[in-house]
Design a protein around this ligand. Structure first.
Ligand code: MN
Length: 423
């Protein structure tokens, strides 16, 4: 076990038992405040540890690292330093925050310099995303969609259990939690209409996903095996892959998703490292038929992370509409990355790879409104008495996630975004 993951560790910072950010988590993000321009921080309880301030005060002196790498608007340069450095920095931060360490805790001035209250900070995009891939790796989701749109008897297409299906998405419209989303306009054609029209989507949906961020590049022509993939994954965020179902239905033949997906995707601001998630590794679903050799792996690469989606109407209460789990994924991240690179396509630092909608077996574990309301035929009733088939203007969609083991909760915080009316 990594020392920083030891459940017996405690911090000198008071942390609520239900906090997503105990000393065993230490996720990385980019923040700014009224007095501090964008920089790297680590979440701890209700606080952010300012890593640039920590570095300027020579508290990383045993790690060979340029302090200015923490004074950047994205994590990419820090991540590029490689896994031994991320791990060394996380270990050192863990040490500095432990209740038996006085290097910061005994010095009021240093504490004021290095700690920022989360409520005083604004979180920014953690990485500059160069490339974005969206997979389709939940067998429950793929089965639900196939049942609805094709044939319940042959819901999965013949390739699905052989190949981690995915497509290349749009990186420029990935935004951080808190950024409002504009209802997109697009071309649609209902089955009973003769010709398409252009206008606001009527079927705006969320997709509950988790995305991993790569932290090491490959050269063009190289590929990664599933067993090597852990060394290429920096960390994970929650990912809401906003979707316009009516636009998608009309445009996706024959090349797949395009503008129904590219108008926006929202992510949670804290990148939870793969290191922090090690205690949550679990066995994944049985893969039958056996995958081809380049997709075979040793060990466990699924993660037991509870996921929840909530809808909050303007001025109203949060309504939980979905509870799912990242462990349901049929194809794991290591296989996804192996598949992505299997043709020699180069991997870059800061790339984002989303899981695909994560649905479970139970009806309340479906990760999209499309499935939860079964194409709008079974609307969801909210606590204010209104119904939802899809997402309305002024609704806020919130996703939360955490793993819990040995009394330690490793959380992601949340990704939250409000939908504004179309222009
Ligand atoms: Mn998706």
């Amino acid at each position: 076990m990594l020392k920083a993951n030891d459940p017996s560790l405690h911090s000198w910072i008071q942390i609520a038992p239900n906090s997503d950010f105990p000393i065993q988590n230490l996720p990385f993000g980019i923040f700014e405040t009224a007095g501090k321009d964008p920089r790297v921080g680590v979440a701890i309880g209700d606080y952010i540890l300012d890593l640039y301030a920590v570095a300027q005060n020579n508290l990383f002196e045993l790690i060979d690292i340029d302090p200015t790498v923490f004074h950047r608007p994205y994590l990419n340069d820090f991540i590029s330093l490689g896994k031994p450095i991320w791990r060394a920095v996380r270990n050192r931060v863990s040490e500095l925050l432990r209740n038996d360490n006085e290097e910061i805790s005994s010095n009021r001035e240093l504490m004021d310099d290095c700690l920022v209250r989360m409520q005083d900070a604004r979180m920014l995009m953690p990485v500059k995303v160069g490339n974005y891939t969206d997979f389709y790796s939940s067998i429950e989701h793929a089965t639900n969609v196939g049942t609805m749109f094709r044939d319940p008897k042959n819901a999965l297409l013949p390739n699905w259990k052989h190949i981690p299906i995915g497509y290349h998405g749009r990186a420029s419209s990935i935004v951080v939690s808190g950024v409002d989303i504009r209802r997109p306009n697009g071309q649609t054609k209902a089955p009973n209409e003769d010709a398409p029209t252009f206008g606001p989507t009527k079927l705006l949906d969320f997709e509950l996903e988790v995305a991993f961020i790569t932290g090491r590049e490959t050269k063009l022509g190289e590929s990664i095996t599933p067993n090597e993939a852990d060394n290429y994954i920096f960390g994970l965020v929650l990912f809401n892959d906003w979707s316009a179902r009516d636009i998608q239905t009309w445009e996706y033949v024959p090349l797949g998703p395009f503008l129904a997906k590219s108008f926006a995707s929202s992510i949670s601001p804290w990148v939870v490292t793969l290191d922090a998630l090690q205690p949550f590794k679990v066995k994944g679903p049985v893969q039958d038929p056996k995958p081809l050799p380049y997709l075979e792996f040793n060990g466990h690469h699924n993660y037991d992370i509870n996921l929840e989606v909530l809808i909050k109407p303007e001025g109203g209460k949060e309504n939980s509409v979905c509870r799912s789990n990242f462990k349901y994924m049929y194809w794991n991240m290591n296989q996804q990355l192996a598949h992505q690179s299997s043709n020699g396509c180069n991997i870059q630092v800061g790339d984002m790879y989303a899981s695909g909608t994560i649905s479970g077996h139970e009806k309340d574990s479906y990760g999209s409104m499309l499935e939860l309301t079964w194409r709008g035929t079974q609307p969801i009733k909210l606590s204010d008495g209104t119904e939802r088939k899809f997402i309305n203007d002024e609704d806020t969609v919130i996703m939360r996630g955490y793993g819990e083991r040995d009394g330690i909760r490793i959380g992601f915080g949340e990704v939250k975004a409000k939908v504004l009316p179309a222009l």
